[in-house]
Design a protein around this ligand. Structure first.
Ligand code: UD1
Ligand code: MG
Length: 511
């Protein structure tokens, strides 16, 4: 930045100023009335990340050294959210207390960039599909031409709606930008639009911003007017056209938000597929920008991968699987299940209909079957919980089998308590483990037991009533009920069907 200041003092069009990294101004003070939202537009999520964070990512990846965010409407919320996302001190902030237009907003950033005489990028806070690549191209052209301003334009296929139109002279040189509201019918027909993304020579920009006048339909200070002013002053204006018009889609309404989300989703899935992930139905697969997926993993339809999620290689995820904030190893299968805030080792098999809640840690080769819920539970290698269980605040040793219907009673109405089960244990079906309780290595619990006391290693614990059989009871009950009627006068169903030991004998008594 110091070198650039020295070079640029000679003139705004000095070549070679690109040697220093560009700075950037991000305009995000607007009220975004058209969103009709309590949340600032810049914080609406696009593929799981705030809209504005995508733009800051692109700037960072393009090598921008200093970012100034112009904030105004709900500045506190915006600022604290960006500090949370990027770390405090990463972005500088400039306050625009009254929203007097994009030109006025850019001017607010001048003090924060005092002494920066190199290139400054100006980008709006509402174009999340912007890429680092297109920003680099913009800066390269700007520096090569030695322009005072370089515009990024796009050519739209149909009507250009509310975008500013690029006006060129017969020789093709940019003369200025006309806002749709201020355009003549001929200008409105122009399909080349301003993306609101520019590279400027910083001194040229800040000088022109002072000369802006609000003589337009909205009575605002338009940043777009800087181009006409610079041109009138004989400065060089360059322009590049984005090869992909989507890159510059601005979000002004929630309809545009959905459009941008769809484009970004497709871009994420394309990148995954090109990196070696099979996505069998991109139309029904939802992967957020923060997710990483390993090679030769297959994502089946209706898979949702969200937050800081990492999936290993050779996994099969889905159909109908929802993973958020979790780390899965290699060769994991996860069918029709929810996995949140969990760690899953290699070779685990999960689902269908399992619910792994935060704090779940599965070591390698664990099996979690249907209707099993885990929470703050560590299951060591080779544990199998095949069906219908709740394992909360628990640790289960290697190779232990958890029978169907096992429940850890971790909550006594006041506090949560831990259940420890050792290695190579066998927890019988329908075991109720009343925590705190410890079942040691190799122990067995009898089916249907309520375990309230610790079980020593290798022991069998039986915690249930002993069964008694009453011979001939069913027939006696039937005889007692013969000829009796209920309150509606209907003959009582004398056969105690629910007690019948076998369906064939039940049919026999009915006739
Ligand atoms: C702007 C451009 C238009 C361009 C379009 C591309 C102007 C006058 N118009 O229109 O030529 O085609 O972007 O998307 O520049 N902002 C502030 N303070 C303000 C006003 C706006 O910080 O006083 C911020 C907004 O938060 C937003 C950005 O500037 O992030 C652009 O403002 P917006 O109202 O969306 O402008 P557009 O109508 O989209
Ligand atoms: Mg806009």
């Amino acid at each position: 930045m110091r070198e650039a200041a020295a070079e640029d003092s000679a003139g705004d069009t000095a070549r070679g100023r690109g040697a220093s990294p560009p700075a950037a101004i991000v305009l995000a003070a607007g009220k975004s009335t058209r969103m009709r939202s309590k949340l600032p537009k810049a914080l609406h999520p696009v593929c799981g990340r705030p809209l504005l964070a995508h733009i800051l990512d692109a700037l960072q990846n393009a090598g921008v050294a200093r970012r100034v965010l112009v904030v105004g409407h709900q500045a506190d919320v915006l600022q604290s959210r960006m500090d949370e996302t990027f770390g405090p001190g990463t972005n500088a902030y400039a306050l625009q207390t009254e929203q007097k237009g994009t030109g006025h907003a850019a001017l607010m950033a001048a003090p924060a960039l005092a002494g920066h005489a190199g290139t400054v990028l100006v980008v709006p806070g509402d174009t999340p599909l912007l890429t680092a690549g297109i920003l680099r191209d913009l800066v390269t052209t700007h520096n090569t031409v030695g322009a005072a301003a370089t515009l990024l334009t796009a050519v739209l296929p149909g009507d250009a709606g509310s975008y500013g139109r690029i006006v060129r002279d017969p020789g093709g040189a940019v003369v200025g930008i006309v806002e749709a509201r201020d355009a003549t019918p001929e200008q409105r027909a122009i399909r080349e639009i301003s993306t609101s993304i520019y590279a400027f020579s910083a001194p040229a920009l800040f000088r022109s911003l002072h000369d802006l006048r609000p003589d337009n339909a909205q009575g605002e200070l338009y940043l777009t007017d800087v181009i006409g002013l610079l041109r009138a002053a004989g400065q060089t204006i360059a322009a590049i056209t984005s090869p992909d018009p989507d890159v510059v889609l601005g979000v002004n309404t929630r309809v545009e938000l959905a459009l941008v989300e769809a484009r970004m989703r497709a871009r994420i899935l394309d990148d995954l597929m090109l990196s070696g992930v099979t996505v069998s139905d991109p139309a029904t697969t939802y992967v957020e920008a923060t997710v990483r997926v390993g090679q030769d993993t297959t994502l089946l339809p209706f898979t949702f991968l969200q937050g800081e999620t990492v999936i290993g290689e050779d996994c099969v995820i889905g159909p109908q699987t929802h993973v958020s904030g979790s780390r899965l190893g290699d060769r994991v299968t996860a069918r029709a299940c929810f996995i949140a805030g969990s760690e899953v080792g290699d070779g685990c098999r999960i689902g269908p209909f399992a619910n792994l809640r935060p704090g779940t840690v599965l070591h390698d080769n664990v099996k979690i079957g249907d209707f099993v819920e885990t929470k703050a539970a560590t299951l060591h290698e080779g544990v199998s919980a095949g069906h219908l269980a709740y394992l909360g605040d628990a640790e289960v040793g290697a190779r232990t089998n958890i029978g169907a219907g096992t429940i850890t009673c971790n909550y006594d109405g006041r506090q949560k308590h831990q259940t420890f089960i050792g290695a190579d244990a066998f927890v019988g079906s329908d075991t109720i483990l009343v925590a705190p309780v410890h079942v040691d290595n190799g122990a067995v619990t009898a089916a249907g037991s309520v375990i309230t006391d610790d079980v020593p290693a290798g022991a069998l614990a039986i915690g249930r009533e002993r069964q008694t059989n009453k011979e001939g009871w069913a027939a006696r009950r039937r005889d007692e009920g013969r000829g009796m009627r209920d309150e509606k006068g209907k003959e009582l169903h004398t056969h105690p069907s629910s007690l019948a030991p076998h369906p064939s004998s039940a049919e026999g008594t009915e006739r």
